[in-house]
Design a protein around this ligand. Sequence first.
Ligand code: FAD
Length: 449
Amino acid sequence: MERTIWQRLPVREVPPQERRKDFREVNLGYTPEEAILEASRCIFCRRPFCVEACPFHQDVPGYLERIKAGDFVGAMKVILRDNPLPAVCGRVCPHPCEDVCPRAKKGDPIAIAWLKRAASDYAPDVQFPEPAPNTGFRVAIVGAGPAGLTAAWQLRLMGHSVTVYDAMDQPGGMLYFGIPIFRLPREATWADLERLNALGIEWQLGMKLGEHITLEELQQQYDAVLLAIGALKPRWMKIPGEDLDGVWHVLDFVREVNLGNAPDLKGKKVAVIGGGFSAIDAVRMAIRLGAEAFILYRRDRAQMPAAQEEVKHAEEEGVTIHFLVNPTKFIGENGKLVAIEVQRQQLGEPDESGRPRPVPIPGSEFIMEADVVIEAISQEVDLTKLPEPIKGKRVIAVDAENLQTPIPGVFAAGDAITGPLDVPNAIASGRKAAQAINAWLMERKKVAA
Ligand SMILES: Cc1cc2nc3c(=O)[nH]c(=O)nc-3n(C[C@H](O)[C@H](O)[C@H](O)COP(=O)(O)OP(=O)(O)OC[C@H]3O[C@@H](n4cnc5c(N)ncnc54)[C@H](O)[C@@H]3O)c2cc1C
């Protein structure tokens, strides 16, 4: 059947039976010709809802129009005005822009994210403009995830000296040790990082705030400090048996797999608890490591926070998702996990997230065998080494207007101020923090003059 203007051009993918055996990238992207055809479906609305829906207001029509004309370099230049991570976002952005695309009313939305990836695939060498002349101000950024990297990009372009500190030996944050390489290959992350590096950012890697350097020391050495430390503290379910061998938190599991220290899961039964990005990533990693892996999710399919496309990919790869179930106990033998006690749930009234609350059904408990369990229910900000005044409720406390903490000259951004969200929100937050830091520095310059 011929494709109509309402149908998006499908993207090439590695078939499920092949890809479940290795970690190569699943999505193979558009050819240049396919990208031009897909971009040509855009109707270039007078009021672009896609731009409004993007947390950092990426100029989507601007780059689609360039791709439609076959000008990938021009598209990349448009993208790089708003976004320092095009290869990353083209692969992992949850693309709220596509949800509001008018084409979706009768058919498929334009494949906006895949088109961004096409621009980054076919014009990877486009660079940022030269930074403004040196202002003499020095800014320290703690955290080299998307929020910190975005702030570093903006502040360098404004002419400030920027030093990025990170506890890990590699920049990227969750892009490097969270998201699996079959969704975000290293080459894509490195392509974006190299472009940023060319701006003259200084890196202090393997430097943990609170261990190798203190906030007070940074305040003495720099004119402003940005804390973009993410939400990297595991949040546990707090049910019996969590100390058993075989029980993991998802952050530890994905980090170890991404760093090449994957556990041997061949022939093991692996249960992943949760329905978000990280749960789906962990279960797909477990499949690739040879496990029989399944998900336990306490709500129903419609409420899963993970992108539908990722859920579809997981199911194609052989993952079973058990809905409306919640673990109540981990059962062990000789200190090792052997099974999980699970209780059935039903949907009740909406909770604070707006989704129907899972309500336990008394007496519905049953036992499922499992050798490994990976808890992927949540994570939080590690506030332990931070000074009291900036400790908020589970996040770093900031003024919502300018992202400044109660300590003057110390700002915060990204998951560290919101709790776990996503890459486009971290980019938006990094941009906002950079604008506020610049305004603060300029104010100091005026006072000093
Ligand atoms: C498995 C997984 C999959 C995900 N998939 C997606 C996805 O597909 N799409 C999407 O949009 N989002 C996804 N996310 C969420 C997304 O990665 C995060 O929301 C985003 O990375 C947050 O950016 P950030 O810069 O605030 O923090 P992070 O990326 O977490 O970076 C924080 C950085 O701070 C450093 N740091 C922390 N404490 C210290 C310290 N004391 N001293 C020095 N450095 C420190 C860390 O080492 C880290 O590099 C995923 C998350 C996970 C865990």
